[in-house]
Design a binder for this molecule. Structure first.
Ligand code: ATP
Length: 368
């Protein structure tokens, strides 16, 4: 049983604040993904949990035990790195057995545990090979095997799939999820890839500039991003954003920009009643725009098609609407062509509004 708590954890490297006031409880058996752009502090956070990096202030606990000053080797944690970090002169078996032998486990126990892990990962036939005789995907499994044999309280993964080709990444991420289902060990996983994060995590922690932006399940973050950054980071292609003016007419409220306006559904209008600013940032996901035959003021956006990107299951259409670049997901059968004039209808139940200054969401779509 191991939950991991980070309380007010900060990490400074001289002038650089790599991680700032980080607070998070990772529940026992949970799979939590730290995700964010390069330099946001995710690897530093992982390394502090592992004990490979000291903390500047705050506390890290496993269960009820503060582990701030516990050396890495005494934390019951196993880490899987991006570059696998296998010993080139040792066989797969020796690589997997090494950690247990260092801990002076009896020989028969080491053998049993390595065999068990090899079976779980389907690498029994590779035990006699050296790392250079393995493919990238096989090396990755050995690195996982080396972590599994330790039966740690917590697994830490630092971008473990980034050296694999696109197809193998998808396969391995499914295998990792199955493995987690089977072993049910608390896991913290770092990636900059939001699809990987969404597909693997029970919960995601979105980071930027050393600060947590939002913590939630994949769908909580997708449906109700707390700010513009999370809205733009989660989801692919990214959410469309534009500045617009809030205009009231009677009881109803619209967002107006250039030559089009969008009426807000009454529930959303109610949620921002009393909002003091005139301007807002509007967010619409490409998949929440559809093509419609006629222009209806307040409901549709007139646009000119610029680039059509068919990917088979979906067609992403890049348009210009009053000089705003927007991307719309128009389905696999759309026939639109460049230079064509079309009308896009936003699904206003899924519209997002963000404050023009602090970029925080004005309402959550889960309430709306
Ligand atoms: P990436 O995805 O590129 O690995 P990251 O989100 O994991 O990025 P970190 O490696 O945690 O980011 O780095 C966070 C910040 O701390 C960055 O600004 C980085 O330059 C800085 N940093 C990390 N390690 C050190 C170090 N040893 N000395 C000085 N600054 C560091």
């Amino acid at each position: 049983m191991a939950d991991v708590k980070l309380e007010n954890v900060c990490k400074r490297f001289d002038d650089v604040v790599a991680v700032d006031d980080f607070n998070l409880t990772i529940e026992d058996k949970e799979f939590v993904v730290l995700v964010g752009p390069s330099g946001c502090g995710k690897t530093t956070t992982l390394r502090m949990i592992a004990g490979l990096e000291g903390i500047t202030s705050g506390s890290i606990l496993i269960g009820d035990r503060v582990i701030n000053n516990l050396p890495a080797k005494d934390r019951n944690i196993a880490m899987v790195f991006q570059n696998y970090a296998l010993y080139p002169h040792m066989t797969v078996y020796q690589n997997m057995a090494f950690g247990l032998e260092m801990r002076k486990r009896p020989k028969d126990e080491v053998q049993r545990r390595v065999q068990e892990a090899a079976e779980i990962l389907g690498i029994q036939d590779l035990l006699v090979r050296k790392p250079k005789q393995l493919s990238g995907g096989q090396r990755q499994r050995v690195a996982l095997g080396r972590a599994i044999v330790r039966k740690p309280e917590v697994f830490l993964f630092d971008e473990p799939l980034s050296n694999l080709d696109a197809k193998l990444r998808v396969q391995t991420r499914v295998e990792l999820k199955k493995l987690h289902e089977r072993l049910k060990t608390t896991a913290v996983y770092v990636t900059h890839d939001q699809i990987e994060a969404m597909t693997m995590g029970d919960r995601l922690v979105v980071m930027k500039d050393g600060l947590i932006q939002q913590v939630g399940t994949p769908l909580e973050l997708y449906n109700a991003p707390a700010n513009k950054f999370v809205g733009g980071f989660i989801g692919s292609p990214a959410m469309n954003f534009f500045e617009a003016e809030l205009t009231a007419s009677g009881d109803s409220l619209s967002v107006q920009t250039g030559s089009f306006s969008i009426d807000l559904p009454s529930e959303k209008a109610n949620l921002i009643k009393g909002y003091g600013e005139k301007k807002v940032i509007v967010g619409i996901r490409p998949e929440d725009l559809s093509e419609t035959g006629d222009h209806v003021p307040g409901k549709t956006i007139p646009a000119t098609v610029e680039v059509v990107e068919p990917i088979g299951s979906e067609t992403y259409v890049n348009v210009s609407a009053s000089n705003l670049p927007l991307v719309a997901g128009l389905g696999r059968t759309t026939q639109v062509k460049p230079h064509q004039s079309i009308f896009l209808e936003p699904a206003t139940d899924y519209l997002h509004l963000f404050d023009i200054r602090d970029e925080k969401a004005l309402f959550s779509n889960e309430q709306g």
